[in-house]
Write a protein that binds this ligand. Structure first.
Ligand SMILES: NC(=O)c1ccc[n+]([C@@H]2O[C@H](COP(=O)([O-])OP(=O)(O)OC[C@H]3O[C@@H](n4cnc5c(N)ncnc54)[C@H](OP(=O)(O)O)[C@@H]3O)[C@@H](O)[C@H]2O)c1
Length: 240
């Protein structure tokens, strides 16, 4: 019996990039996985890819915007109905709008904060009752090194991730005695289409590197809790 046997996970933003890599790593270990995103076409393609990679994989694509609490509640219910419960929530869905504060509209600010921070709150709030029913589980929040290393033209994004770091830490302390383990994963640059089409930046992390951290966390022995993991490229371009 492994940490993954019979488990059910939901990965928000599981249709591409880091979320899809996390979903793949989980289905490869026999976990039933619900993936969410806002675009139906990409979700369906991702589900087909996952089913192609692992024959008989339990994969459920569910369209839901993390900014809409009603949609979150609905899809979480659908995942529980389909797979019988929920053990792992990976809050991965995220967006960035990169421009100077002076040029940023209130709508752009809200898009980032509502997705990266309030969306995580809504997903956690919806998941907690289901995790409690299973007697525990994991909430893994995909943050970013930008939360602790802010940079220009990224105020909303950096603030959203700094907020997420604090949220994760507080929630971890709230629920750890119930066997609900909360961890925050903070990657450096990852080769995805997050910031425009991925270029040939071979030095960047691969999405699978972040997925490896997620499955390592879930397999981590229950006696201790790695509540924050930073992962960065081994050999980024030299600055000095
Ligand atoms: N790439 C990096 O360098 C990097 C570094 C550190 C941290 N991260 C973090 O890692 C996470 C994933 O990033 P990524 O690079 O894999 O990005 P990505 O390739 O752009 O994928 C983002 C995923 O989130 C979904 N999504 C976006 N807005 C959503 C919403 N409102 N509701 C539900 N799903 C939504 C997208 O699907 P739809 O567009 O169809 O909704 C997609 O599945 C983000 O939280 C990001 O901040 C990325």
């Amino acid at each position: 019996m492994t940490a993954f046997d019979g488990k059910v996970a939901m990965v928000t933003g599981g249709s591409r990039g880091i979320g899809l890599a996390i979903a793949r790593a989980l289905v490869e270990r026999g976990v039933h996985v619900a993936i969410t995103a806002t675009s139906d076409a990409t979700l369906r393609a991702a589900a087909d890819e996952l089913r192609g990679a692992v024959r008989g994989a339990g994969v459920l694509p569910l369209r839901a915007d993390v900014r809409q609490p009603d949609e979150i509640g609905r899809v979480m219910h659908a995942a529980v109905e389909r797979f019988g419960g929920l053990d792992v929530l990976v809050n991965n869905a995220g967006v960035g709008v990169f421009r100077p504060v002076a040029d940023m509209t209130l709508d752009q600010w809200r898009q980032v904060i509502d997705t990266n921070l309030t969306g995580v709150f809504s997903c956690c709030r919806a998941a907690l009752p289901w995790l409690r029913r299973r007697g525990g589980g994991w909430i893994i929040n995909i943050s970013s090194l930008s939360g602790t290393n802010p940079f220009p033209d990224a105020a909303a994004y950096c603030a959203s991730k700094a907020g997420l770091d604090a949220f994760s830490e507080a929630l971890m302390q709230e629920v750890r005695h119930e066997g609900i383990r909360v961890a925050c994963v903070a990657p450096g640059s990852v080769r995805t289409d997050f910031n425009g089409p991925a270029s040939g930046d071979d030095w960047k992390l691969a999405p699978a590197d972040v997925a490896q951290v997620v499955v390592d966390l879930i397999a981590h022995p229950a006696r201790s809790l790695p509540s924050r993991v930073e992962i960065r490229p081994s050999k980024p371009p030299r600055k000095h």
